[in-house]
Design a protein around this ligand. Structure first.
Ligand code: SF4
Ligand code: SF4
Length: 331
């Protein structure tokens, strides 16, 4: 099958942009949200932080005014420890002066400088951690406490929430679900993100976990999304990272509860090439690969003290780039 035929088969699918559950780089977030809203994503998934939500809404509003495109806003939370909710750190004072700085070179968001890791720009991908020859970089957990969740929901009033969970965390998930319900915030969708992160877990265990969450979430009466994490993250590392998400989806699709099924984790511009003609998912989420595609243009305009949408030429280039990722799914 050639690319055009495959494009026809999977067009008009749901696409979500993942800004990063611990990404607080509000300057870039505003730009990225403007670019991908204009390019046609259906939803944008951000960190559960009011200033991040404000930046995302500015970008989305620009797209609404300019292109009439207005994706929904989703916030990501977790019912326990999760690598999507972490950041890296190191003390730059103890780095040898002759270090070639592989950490800085590998960071996709330009978060590392001579001053160490910029907390706002780091989204916890973990690449710098393994790049340091002296093992000077460590990670730390960075997420919302359950006590502040209700307040955050009331402040942001998102259209949707994504709950990151693990197979054996049913009770913790139930608590989060209750906090959301008790907050009274009217959601349009709830997404559940889970994968086979536990080494000996099987697809049937994952399906059981999704069915348990389905029962729990029935009290919300909203559309449900099952996000299958093929890999923890980082679809920009190699074309083949997409295989894991496709493989997991093929195994899980017949045994999942009702709802929209979305590929994530390692997804990239090659994902559609691994799909079979008669097996196409409802949608896809793009994270690091989407951000990396437009980040250099954002950095360029940042140097001129402009938002990217204040520079029509750069903005047009950025939207074209974003569309190369989205077009197989949205054309
Ligand atoms: S490489 Fe990843 S984990 Fe390290 S600073 Fe950059 S974004 Fe953070
Ligand atoms: S690679 Fe390690 S030693 Fe080198 S600058 Fe980065 S943190 Fe410091």
């Amino acid at each position: 099958m050639n690319t055009t035929q495959q494009n026809k088969i999977i067009s008009n699918k749901w696409v979500k942009l993942i800004c990063g559950a611990s990404n607080e780089d509000t300057g870039s977030i505003e730009d990225i949200c403007a670019i991908y809203s204009a390019a046609g994503v259906d939803y944008i998934d951000i960190a559960a932080d009011p200033s991040v939500a404000e930046a995302a809404r500015k970008g989305i509003n620009w797209s609404k005014k300019t292109y009439g495109k207005n994706p929904g806003l989703m916030i990501s939370i977790s019912d326990g420890k999760d690598i999507h909710f972490r950041k890296a750190k190191f003390d730059p004072k103890i780095c040898p002066p002759n270090c070639k700085r592989p950490c800085e070179n590998i960071c996709p968001t330009f978060a590392i400088s001579e001053y160490g890791v910029s907390k706002n720009k780091c989204y916890g991908c973990g690449r710098c951690i393994s790049s340091c020859p002296l093992n000077l970089i460590t990670e730390y957990e960075y997420q919302l406490s359950q006590e502040s969740l209700k307040d955050i929901l009331l402040k942001i009033k998102p259209d949707a929430v994504e709950i990151h969970t693990e197979i054996n965390r049913k009770d913790a998930f139930q608590k989060i679900s209750k906090i959301i319900k008790d907050s009274g915030v009217k959601l349009k969708k709830i997404s559940v993100s889970c994968g086979l992160a536990q080494s000996n877990a099987q697809p049937k265990d994952l399906a059981k976990a999704f069915w348990e969450r389905y029962e729990i979430l029935s009290e919300h009466n909203v559309q449900l999304i099952w996000q299958l994490d093929g890999r923890p993250m980082s679809g920009d590392i190699a074309a083949t990272t997409a295989k894991a998400a496709v493989k997991l989806w093929e195994r899980m699709q017949p045994i999942l509860p009702p709802g929209l099924i979305q590929l994530a984790g390692g997804t990239n511009g090659n994902t559609y090439k691994f799909l079979k003609k008669d097996k196409i998912p409802d949608g896809i989420a793009f994270g690091s690969v989407a951000r990396k595609l437009v980040q250099p243009l954002i950095e360029e305009t940042f140097k001129t003290n402009q938002k990217i949408y204040e520079n029509p030429e750069k903005m047009a280039q950025a939207i074209e780039k974003a569309k190369t990722l989205l077009d197989p799914w949205k054309s």
